[in-house]
Design a protein around this ligand. Sequence first.
Ligand code: ARG
Ligand code: ZN
Length: 878
Amino acid sequence: MRPESNVVVRLEDYRPTDYLIERVYLDIQLEPEAATITSRLSLHLREGTAPGTPLVLDGDALVLRRAAIDGVELAPDAFEASADRFTLRAPPAEPFELQIVTEVNPTANTELMGLYRSGGNYTTQCEAEGFRRITYFLDRPDVLAVYTTRIEASRSEAPILLGNGNPVETGDVAGTGRHYAIWHDPFPKPSYLFAMVGGDLASIHDTFRTRSGREVKLAIYCERGKESRCHYAMDSLKRSMKWDEDRFGLEYDLDVFNIVAVSDFNMGAMENKGLNVFNDKYVLVDAETGTDWDYAHVEGVIAHEYFHNWTGNRITCRDWFQLCLKEGLTVFRDQEFSSDMRSRAVKRISDVAKLREHQFPEDAGPLAHPARPTAYREINNFYTTTVYEKGAEICRMLQTILGEDGFRAGMDLYFRRHDGDAATIEDFLACFADATGTDLSQFALWYHQAGTPILITEHDYDAADETLTLRLRQILPETPDRQRKSPMHIPVAFGLVGPDGQDLSFSRATGARVDGSVIHLTDLQAEVKLEGVKARPIPSLLRGFSAPVRLETDLGMDDLLFLVGHDADPFNRWEAAQTIAMDLLKRATEEIRQGATPVFDGRFAEELGRLASATELDPAFRALALTLPSDMEVAQAIRTNVDPDAIFVARRALQTHLGDRIADALAAAAPAADASYRPDAESAGRRAFRHAAWAYGLAAGRITSADLAEAFHGAGNLTDRLAALRLAVHRDLDDAPALLEAFYERYRDDPLVLDKWFSVQATVPQHSTLERVQALSRHPAFSMKVPNRVYALIRTFAAGNPVAFNRPDGEGYRYMVDMVAEVDRHNPSVASRLTTAFRSFRMMEPSRRAAAEAALKRLATVPELSRDVSDILIRTLE
Ligand code: ARG
Ligand code: ZN
């Protein structure tokens, strides 16, 4: 580990820069191994700063070629330049222009931060601190400047040249075979939103007329030959643009909007102003190469990046501690968009399942941090599910508390007050407080206190008084920051389910504040008395998952079964089934560890069977109800001394138990395959239901290997084909090897589809999957250098295969540590994401825990470990 890895950046140390940059003029000469960047910065002192204060610019792995002020070359003693810093010792007191020439090697840039080449195309990634790998700059989000970019390249190598903002001019450089394009972005922006692209790219084009009548030219660029797969992304973009006008009154503000899909990308996508750059996984889909999952995610990520134009770009973050200001809010916005495009209930259930699978474990382990952190070593490690998904939950709670109109009033004020600003979480909350006259000081704790609160409830019904008493209590678990926590404001949406399944009303509420159908728990404990409740109700609490907490109620099996059958809130109907399943799985896991054979209460199967056959319900919803809590969720619920093998055996036992009782009903209720593929939510839901029917049919032995092989070969789309493949491979059926072979042959030239082939094999729930993954990592279609491949095989193995990763002999851990060390040498951010697979190691049973700890300690001895990996390691071992 390098000593500089341990430097901590703190929120309390924030102070504005001494200098401001008004305008940036960049001239970028593209060459594969030596790109030359000439930057001209119009600089001036901030009011109140002493003239002569040295100017210190950020750099990272830079080589300086020249430096001048107002056209005059700097004397050698006027400045100091190293790879990571440029200092101007005594800058002029009056506004001046600093000219800096740097040189970088895009081909050698394997970190994929800054300017790099992917598939022969030049592209950039600047968030969070990549711009300093292109030129020296005040590379922080609160320095907003107007950029003009001139890009020059060989016309044959890079016929397409794209920049931020609007196109200004293009032309040839006579006699050189080179050409150039000039782009100008009139909106002041921080450097992390800078982008440029150069390459030989195919494209599709369209237009969008904004509601004020401006015509915007839209284009999506991708690798040649893939352009036919861009149409769904284009359609999603147009729907996003329309939706943001309708829902939030937000219009697009440039003449063009360009999207570029690249195949080497660390994250999902990037919202550079007017020039979004995407991991091609979130752009390219068609019926042959995209699954229902892919379609939904293309739609969601396209929307997410587009929505950043207002929440992120027009209003950006003051510093990186405020990341959640743009990310949490934008995730909330894309969730709302997808809910409007698809089924709201299904979207909500999927989002909550994802939150529990990923965010809850993060929040319960050594990497837990508040949505608005106060310290970091490496900001790249804070693009987390807490900042994104918990951040979105906080916005959703705000809407629940203020109502849709109040929330919209706060948003409107936010855009009026802060357009053009680099803002903070405090600024954001103040808009909602001011627009609605609400005190949000306690609510703000959601941004500042880490950990998932536990909400414990009890209820009592007094038939004579027709009064229901609810007692609520919150527990705030300890997190690594060890801060003493104050009670949170938890909005508990609720209903009272009456004996006929209809919601009962109440005439009066006393005790804790109740607003309509929301109880506001603001103390550690509170009581609510609801009067005028005519019959004994079953309280349905936390409807729609109104707060990101772990709910523990006093409802018994009978009440939960009734909710599965009747709750008017579809989320809680699903939730009741999950609660029962979780209870059964936990108990069965314990029995298996005691050497006993689990016995299950048969009433659950009965109720689930009824629900699954209820044709008036959306098939997608029914498919979700049939999905048991994940192994990770069960492990989280058990919390200590976890044995992943026992959890897995318990799951298989419950699947068999349920399958024996409901497989026939499911087969009867399963809709037939559509004649042709359509990606809409309804069709996708029918497919999901059919696949659930297959899974239970297999568990019960009603479906054979040959049946699945037939389904595989007869499939008219990738979703069905992949579902059949996954079941065959995970159940280790006779036909599995042949199906894997057939799948490979069909898609051998399609890396994104082969990623699914790698993932299916990486998640086979057997100890021997480790050897399988090791062999696959030597497959010609695999590459350690391409993030999508590494994620598909290595990360999926570690994060999606608890049985094999947590092998009792510790080999899974040792392998992962080797992979982290190997990837870290060329791509630290991918390596650090692999390292987070260890975040829950302390909840394992003692021998696994010891093996994981030993592996991590060995990783810590690797010389020259990046700051990214060191940071995760330090915190995981703390
Ligand atoms: N702002 C991007 C998004 O959410 C994520 C970029 C993160 N990049 C990084 N290197 N950490 O859409
Ligand atoms: Zn984002």
